[in-house]
Design a protein around this ligand. Sequence first.
Ligand SMILES: O=C(O)CCC(=O)C(=O)O
Ligand SMILES: [Fe+2]
Length: 341
Amino acid sequence: MTVPYEQKIRSQTPATKSRAIPRISLHDYEARKSIIQAQIIEAAENSGFFILVNQASPSVSEIEEVFDLTQSFFALPESIKAETSFIRTENAGWESKSQIRPSTGLPDQKESLSLQYHRRHSGLWPSHPALPDEFHPKISEFMVKSHNLGMQILSCFALALGFPEDFFSKAHVVNVDDAQSTLRLLHYHDITGSQFPPSYWRAGAHTDYDCLTMLYQRTGEDGLEICPGREAHTSFGMGDQWTPVKAKTGEIVCNIGDMLMAWSDDRFKSLFHRVRCPSVGENQRSRYSLAYFNQANKNVEIQGPLGKYPAMTAHKYLMDAIKRNYGQLEKMKATQNGTSA
Ligand SMILES: O=C(O)CCC(=O)C(=O)O
Ligand SMILES: [Fe+2]
C-alpha cells in the first residue's frame, strides 16, 4: 500500500517486514558477465536495492583500511574538523547533527564528511597534520575503485535502456571541474544509555538524488532499513513496511537514486531508506558507514529513452530535487502549525 508522505512522517510506524534483498556475486565477472548483468537489471527494476558480494575491487582489506581512516578523522577535535566545515553549494566538507531531513524535520543524529575526487588537493579536503599520512592517498584510491565498480554496474543499466555500454561512464567523469560524484564518510554517534523519542533517526527517511549509491557497512553496525512502494521519481509515496538490511563488512549495498529513476523513465526504482536509532539493550555504540554517490557531471543532459520527462542538466536536476524535498519540509511544518503552504 502506498501511504502519503505527510501521514507516513507522523506515524513513523516501527513495523518491519523481512524481504529478500537480491544478493549478486561478482565472482569471475568477465566469464559470468551476461548472468550478472541480467541479475543487476532485474534487481534495479523490482527491488531498487541489491547487495554486491565477492567483488575483486575494492577488496575487504581496502574497505577496512578506509573505515580505520574514517574513524581517525571523526576522532579529531571538533575545532579541527570545523576547519573544513560543510559548504552546501559545493556539497563538500564536515557537518555534525545539521542535516535536517524533510521526512522528520529534525537533525540526523550523525556527523559526515563529503569529498569529491577532483578536489583532493584543494582546501575542501581536511589536511591537518594530526590526520594519518595515508588519509589522502588511500581515500583517493578507494574513490577511484568505487567509481570503477560503479561504472561497471551502470554499464548494465545503459545496455538495458538501449544506450551504448559506456554511456554512463561518459556522463560520470570524476577528475574534471563539473564532477558531482561524492564519497560521504559517516559517523553515527555513540548513544549508549540514551533512549531517543521515535521521531529521532540516525538518518531520517529519504531517497538519494544520485544515479547509484554504493554503501559500505561493518558487521554488527546495523540500522539501515528500506521501504519499497515508490512509482515516480518526483513522488513522496512510500510503502508502510520497512525491511532491515543486515550490515556485513566487505559487502556493498547498492541503491538506485532519483537521478537514474528519472533517466530510466521511472523503470529503475529509487526507494526511501533510513537508519534507526538503536534502543537501550541494542548495540548503541558508534556506527560508521561509507556512501559513494555516483552522480552525473553538472553539464550532462538527463532524459530517458521514452522521453517521459523533459531533458535537463544534472545540475538543474539536483537543484530541483533539493527544492522539491525542502519544499516538502516547509509544507509539513505549515500543516503542523495549522496553516496551509
Ligand atoms: O549509513 C547508512 O547506512 C545510510 C546512509 C545514507 O542513506 C545516506 O547517506 O544517504
Ligand atoms: Fe541515502
